[in-house]
Ligand binder design. Structure first.
Ligand code: NAP
Length: 324
């Protein structure tokens, strides 16, 4: 399948509109206790294989996902699948919590070791808070890594419009661009439209990488059934809004996702992803997570789903009342 690629911000990097989120590969740590149960390496390799076969062209991981376990599991899978370093872009993230900006430079070799020979296409500051150093100092450290060719592009995550503007300005002083801001966006989470982040990203040519694009699975429709919900880990249930009121409020949107999906021979989750990467134009790309190969296949295949203007607008309308 040939999928049109997009530029990552104003960099030369090309990415597919859908990448694979790799938090699900974090192993048996905090993520596993709060969000997703751990996956063994053969399962991870099958998911990565399915994603690649269906046209996913890049991967997003982080130091925070099991302190390097996700990075290692991803690159072990790529090695076992015969994907050479540099063949697919990998994005990772530095964890700011209780650290100074100096740790960005000090820990880069740990990140590269965890990625087992794969280069870092995009290095991101995971959160705008938690560090002992200023954002300016953190971005300056990132600039140093880019100038030393240890990373290709620089991104941030969970940054507000004001913080984005600062990041853009700091990097410009080093003749660098801010490639991306990774934030939560989905049919059930549209804060970027109100808090200035979308407008600013468009103006400055920054890609928004949408995390939790399926609202942790809620937009698949599968959790509107009580039994499927009962096994969810605590923080995921809380973050995804799996309570009865939210389920009732989102039911009309889910119905529409099912109806539109039926007309295209697609699943509700594919329609939700196709909406996300189409509605905002080139600015928004998505990184759905998968704990099964079939989920990774479905996510990638959403890139070839063509929604009509009428379908996009019906979902837009329903999503406004569902997200309220
Ligand atoms: N930068 C940040 O602060 C931040 C924060 C959160 C996440 N992220 C990134 O964003 C990625 C995705 O976010 P997310 O995992 O929170 O949420 P998500 O992508 O909205 O949801 C993923 C989950 O939805 C379910 N799912 C996916 N496809 C499905 C399908 N076709 N049918 C049925 N269920 C399906 C699976 O649940 P089951 O596993 O239960 O089957 C899967 O684990 C993460 O992997 C991570 O890389 C970044």
């Amino acid at each position: 399948m040939v999928t049109a690629t997009r530029s990552l911000g104003r960099t030369d990097l090309k990415i597919t509109p859908i990448g694979l989120g790799c938090m699900q590969f974090a192993g048996a740590g905090l993520v596993a206790r709060l969000f997703y149960p751990p996956l063994e390496q053969p399962a991870v390799t099958e998911i990565v294989d399915a994603a690649l076969r269906a046209g996913t062209g890049w991967f997003d991981t982080a130091e925070m996902y099991g302190r390097g376990r996700s990075e290692r599991a991803l690159t072990t899978a790529l090695r076992d699948l015969g994907v050479a370093p540099g063949q697919v872009p990998i994005a990772t993230k530095w964890t700011p919590g209780l650290r100074t900006a100096g740790s960005i430079v000090r820990t880069i070799d740990d990140r590269l070791a965890a990625l087992q020979g794969h280069p870092i296409a995009l290095h991101q500051i995971h959160l705008p808070y938690g560090s002992f150093s200023s954002l300016t100092a953190q971005l300056t450290a990132m600039a140093r890594l880019a100038h030393e060719h240890k990373i290709t592009a620089i991104g941030v995550s969970n940054f507000s419009a004001r913080q984005l503007e600062l990041a853009h300005a700091v990097l410009a002083r080093h003749d660098l661009v801010l490639a991306s801001n990774q934030v939560q966006i989905s049919l059930l989470h549209r804060d970027v439209e109100r808090n200035g982040v979308l407008d600013l990203a468009r103006r400055l040519g920054i890609t928004l990488i949408a995390y939790s694009p399926l609202r942790s699975g809620l937009l698949t429709g599968r959790f509107h059934d009580q039994q499927a919900r009962s096994g969810l880990l605590p923080f995921r249930r809380l973050a995804g809004g799996f309570d009865e009121r939210t389920l009732r409020r989102t039911a009309p949107l889910i119905e529409e996702l099912i109806t539109i999906g039926r007309a295209h021979g697609a699943s509700p989750s594919q329609v939700a992803l196709a909406w996300l990467i189409t509605f905002y134009g080139e600015t928004v790309v998505a990184i759905p997570g998968a704990s099964k190969p079939s989920q990774a296949t479905q996510a990638a295949e959403a890139m070839s789903l063509d929604l009509s203007a009428d379908e996009l607008s019906r979902l837009d309308q329903l999503s406004r009342s569902a997200a309220a």
